[in-house]
Design a protein around this ligand. Structure first.
Ligand code: SUD
Length: 203
């Protein structure tokens, strides 16, 4: 199992569409950014990358790189999902907190959950969507996202892991063989030399 944590923030600005969790949301302002400003997908991307020690969104997609100007953040998420799969893991569940004064998230939480789940290739029930008003933080013009993710192994052993696993099995076979041979000697000591198994069967 691995855990990951991601955080992101973007300022609200007029004249751009608001996109959160891949969902276009009706609102007078959107989020400023080099990309589409999807604060939630950026935090999820960082949580996934962090969970497999693969760096962060900025190392893969530098804000200074013109290729990512206006890019859909699902592109960043896809790269993070590939890193997770390459490392041999899959998502167990993901939990999120959006901190923003407006818009209210609860009325669209179901849609957001469905959108994020579809982008991640998981079930909606494996995605948590929560929101907080930034009380006392004096940041009503900012959207913040916090994300945690839990991963589990796909069960594909890495080469070293396979060797270790094999060695452990060999050790166990040694113990069994020694025990059985020991049994045989004990029986022999009683005058009945009976081997309880055919040693030729062992490979
Ligand atoms: C998604 C993109 C697409 O270009 O842009 P935005 O749409 O958010 O603007 C970027 O990937 C969004 O990258 P993000 O990682 O959020 O940007 P920044 O916070 O500015 O960090 C850029 C890079 O600088 C590094 N960094 C940042 C702050 C700091 N004190 N030290 C650092 O070394 C980060 O680890 C990251 O690798």
């Amino acid at each position: 199992m691995r855990i990951g944590y991601g955080f992101d923030s973007h300022a609200f600005t007029a004249g751009v569409p608001l996109v959160i969790g891949g969902l276009a949301i009706e609102h007078p302002e959107g989020l400023a950014g080099h990309s589409d400003g999807d604060v939630l997908l950026h935090a999820i991307t960082d949580a996934l990358l962090g969970a497999v020690s693969a760096g962060d969104i900025g190392t893969f997609f530098p804000p200074s790189d013109p290729r990512w100007k206006g890019a859909a953040s699902s592109v960043f998420l896809q790269t993070a999902l590939e890193e997770v799969a390459t490392a041999g893991y899959k998502i167990v569940n993901i939990d999120t907190v959006l901190v923003m004064a407006k818009p209210k998230i609860v009325p669209i939480a179901g849609e957001l959950r469905e959108s994020v789940a579809a982008l991640l290739g998981v079930k909606p029930g494996e995605v948590g969507i929560k929101a907080k008003t930034p009380e006392g933080l004096n940041q009503d013009n900012v959207a913040v996202a916090h994300v945690t993710v839990l991963l589990e192994s796909l069960g594909i052993p890495e080469p070293v892991g396979a060797m270790v696993a094999s060695a452990e099995v060999d050790d166990e076979i040694d113990v069994v063989v020694k025990t059985l041979v020991g049994d045989s000697r004990d029986v022999s000591a009683l005058g009945r030399k009976v081997t309880p198994f055919d040693t030729d069967d062992l490979t």
